[in-house]
Write a protein of this length. Structure first.
Length: 355
């Protein structure tokens, strides 16, 4: 099934105001500085994580934990659920929490992470720039909504006002631009600003923005607090909407293929469990993210379609369509990577992997 179908041919991002500088490209660090920094990090990592897990298999003794990055959003919920439900997983995997995408990007590019839950357009842009990574899973489906102030009745009411997106390199931004195009609204008729998702509900309440499009639970936060309403779900714009992906470094796949396959399989298995235990999963997410339990329970249980943890295996057609949408919106200046080459499916093969 193809998503992101549009014939729009020029960039819609010239008017996006950046609240944070995003280093998806640019000059690399000086060689001497990089060597010194990596040496320091290696020493620190050995000091902090060098002791083997007491119950690790013989072949794992002395190895560091597998480092997986995430942000506190529902499309990364597979990770905290796996950590809580599987003691073997929690003894071998370290979840590295980030508060911003740029920091996660730099950590992955610097070799500090084995895997990461990251926005799909960011992953594609990184790969187009030559960052050695593979796409293994989707985080979930849908899970994003366009939220508007009560005084705004629809997209036409956003003309002349400010609208927030998480970052230009997001499917949320692509969905907003697609919706505006369908309504015949020029994106330059409004201020599209980048804003951290946790700040969006308060900015809407203060009148600093008129609307925002974001992943859960920050869409539901405005809904529950009464400062705005959900105008539409992302699925109403792009069927089977995706936000984040699990990416794994090629170094990790080459050096520790069994552990990589085990990691992906374990995370994938959590999707089915969440679907059947939504309230319990919400409580796990609330504890892991430091968010309101009531908020997460509302997000996961108010509708089984609001956030879906099924159909998580990446498809080449979907990735290719996403690349096309990025190119049309001026978000992919480098050659788009071949989806057949960047999607990793080796974890689905029948093998007896020992982490």
């Amino acid at each position: 099934m193809t998503v992101f179908t549009s014939s729009y041919a020029h960039s819609d991002n010239r008017n996006v105001k950046k609240e944070a500088k995003i280093h998806l490209s640019g000059p690399e660090k000086a060689a001497l500085w990089a060597v010194t920094w990596l040496a320091v990090i290696s020493v620190l990592h050995f000091w902090l994580n060098g002791q083997p897990c007491p119950d690790a298999p013989e072949g794992d003794r002395g190895r560091h934990k597998t480092k997986v990055a995430f942000l506190p959003i529902t499309c990364h919920l597979l990770l905290p659920v796996a950590l809580e439900r599987d003691s073997s997983f929690s003894s071998r995997v370290e979840a590295v929490k980030f508060s911003s995408w740029p920091d996660m990007i730099e950590a992955f590019k610097g070799g500090e992470l084995d895997a990461a839950m990251i926005l799909a357009p960011i992953a594609i842009s990184m790969r187009a720039q030559g960052v050695p990574l593979r796409i293994a899973l989707y985080g979930h489906r849908n899970g994003t909504a366009l939220v508007m102030a009560d005084s705004i009745s629809g997209p036409e009411g956003l003309i002349g006002k400010s609208v927030a997106i998480p970052i230009r390199f997001s499917t949320q931004n692509l969905a907003l631009l697609e919706l505006l195009e369908r309504r015949g609204i020029n994106p330059e008729s409004m201020d599209i600003v980048e804003l951290p998702p946790p700040d969006m509900p308060s900015a809407l309440a203060a009148g600093a923005i008129a609307a925002y499009i974001v992943g859960e639970p920050y869409a539901a936060q405005a809904e529950l607090s009464g400062v705005g309403y959900r105008y539409c779900e992302a699925d109403a714009i792009f069927e089977e909407f995706i936000s984040s992906l699990l990416i794994v470094s090629e170094r990790f796949l080459e050096q520790e293929p069994e552990k990589a396959r085990w990691l992906i399989r374990t995370l994938y298995a959590q999707g089915a469990w969440i679907e059947g235990h939504r309230k319990e999963a919400a409580k796990i997410g609330a504890r892991a993210y430091g968010l309101s339990e009531r908020l997460l329970i509302h997000v996961l249980t108010s509708s089984s379609e609001r956030v879906r943890y099924r159909n998580l295996i990446p498809g080449a057609e979907e990735i290719r369509a996403l690349e096309g949408a990025m190119e049309r919106r001026g978000l992919l200046s480098d050659k788009a990577p071949d989806p057949e080459r960047i999607i990793y499916t080796g974890w689905m093969e029948e093998q007896e992997d020992r982490p």
